[in-house]
Design a binder for this molecule. Structure first.
Ligand SMILES: Cc1cc2nc3c(=O)[nH]c(=O)nc-3n(C[C@H](O)[C@H](O)[C@H](O)COP(=O)(O)OP(=O)(O)OC[C@H]3O[C@@H](n4cnc5c(N)ncnc54)[C@H](O)[C@@H]3O)c2cc1C
Length: 375
């Protein structure tokens, strides 16, 4: 098959890699607007469930992919300055740039053709292909070009985020809640390499305006946040990588395909980073599309139909869980009166996907503490 992929992120590259491994005869080109080594942000996190999909799809690649990952089997919720440990919550962390590099190298070694520095705003400018994969992220230009067919929906959520890095090493995934006179500051932090951690800060729009962060420069804003989280950062600073404040735009599409075009990854649907699963969903999309191609060979309508059937339900379920998680963060003020253990319990149950019994199985000591307080 001849395949054009717009976007060289995890979705597009993982799909290209799986296809080329299955048959080197596939002619696959990836059009990426950025140079080969560009990336935004710091590290990303994968749950053990997320990694199990990758292991099943391609174990040899999985081994390369996870070779440099940082791992920890518990997480910390920090509330009122108290660290509550939650055992048996396994997370694996990697830098986003390393993740992209491993995928790029694998694709290049298999003969995928890359066109870096090629922004595609009109797919008619591309050479003819049997299949066109729009893996061009949350602001997909391909999706915009055919918006009347895909019928995308957008929901701009209220909280503001700034994505920093730091040399303070947060070995467990640590969710830190700090109350100030101007509102609540939340940090989603975790070590993702030998010497760096992600430090993603979340605040309400009211806090953003009240503190004046809405008017500060990148540097002023970095310094302000450093003061708020001084007890957590030790002697380390926050590091900016164009860490401007942004809001989450949640994307979904009524239709996932149009003619021989299919949306993949964030172009198809975004899940909020409070669930840390966007990359996992993007790569699961790639696996599903690859499996549809393997089953239906070059029958494009059958491939697209089976891809949609394979992914629609789990995608919708995931977005529902992510929305509940977002609601929890956006109404965190109502929970701040809780003691640290009850607060951590409430956090763990926020999506409705983890039951009391699940938590008891994962960490009996934690539940014992919770039951003692709430008897
Ligand atoms: C703050 C933050 C934290 C996150 N943390 C996590 C996490 O911990 N775990 C996790 O799993 N996910 C996380 N995510 C989500 C994750 O980054 C995305 O879900 C994932 O990258 C989606 O992969 P993708 O390939 O679909 O899109 P992208 O990674 O966005 O890749 C799309 C690619 O297309 C290119 N492109 C865009 N438009 C064009 C065009 N017109 N022409 C050519 N190329 C184009 C872009 O340059 C980009 O390289 C986070 C996201 C954010 C914002």
């Amino acid at each position: 098959m001849k395949i054009n992929i717009v976007g060289g992120g995890p979705a597009g590259m993982y799909f290209a890699m799986l296809m080329k491994k299955q048959s080197p005869r596939h002619d696959i080109a990836i059009y990426e607007q950025n140079p080969a080594d560009a990336t935004y942000g710091w590290g990303v996190v994968f749950s053990d469930v997320a990694l199990s999909f990758l292991k099943k799809a391609d174990e040899a690649f999985y081994d390369k992919f996870t070779a440099g990952h940082e791992r920890c089997d518990y997480m910390d919720v920090v509330h009122k300055g108290v660290h509550v440990q939650l055992r048996n919550n396994h997370f694996s962390r990697a830098s986003r740039i390393d993740l992209l590099k491993v995928l790029q190298q694998e694709c290049l070694s298999l003969g995928v053709k890359f066109h870096f520095g090629s922004r595609i705003d009109d797919i008619h400018t591309l050479p003819e292909a049997d299949l066109i994969v729009a893996a061009d992220g949350g602001n997909s230009a391909v999706r915009s070009q055919f918006a009347e067919h895909f019928k995308p929906k957008f929901e701009m959520r209220r909280n503001k985020f700034a994505w920093y890095g730091t040399r303070q090493l947060f070995h467990p995934v640590s969710l830190i809640f700090r109350e100030t006179n101007d509102g609540i500051f939340i940090a989603h932090s975790y070590q993702y390499s030998k010497d760096l951690s992600t430090f993603l800060i979340e605040i309400s729009p009211e806090t953003w305006e009240k503190t004046g962060l809405d008017k500060m420069t990148d540097e002023e804003s970095r310094q302000y946040c450093e003061k708020v989280f001084a007890p957590d950062l030790g002697s380390n600073t926050l590091m900016s990588n164009r860490s401007l404040w942004f809001s989450a735009n949640i994307v979904s599409n009524e239709n996932w395909t149009h003619q021989n075009i299919v949306l993949l990854g964030d172009a198809l649907r975004t899940v909020h980073f409070s669930l840390g699963s966007g990359t996992r969903m993007a790569m699961q999309d790639a696996i599903a599309l690859f499996e549809s191609c393997r089953t239906h060979h070059s029958d494009i309508p059958a491939i697209l139909d089976s891809f949609v059937r394979a992914r629609k339900t789990s995608s919708a379920d995931f977005q529902k869980a992510a929305a509940l998680s977002l609601d929890w963060y956006e109404s965190v003020e109502d929970k701040m009166h809780l003691d640290p253990v009850s607060f951590a319990y409430d956090y763990m149950r926020r999506t409705g996907r983890v039951s009391h019994e699940d938590l008891k199985e994962r960490d009996p000591n934690f539940i014992e503490r919770y039951e003692k307080i709430n008897k």
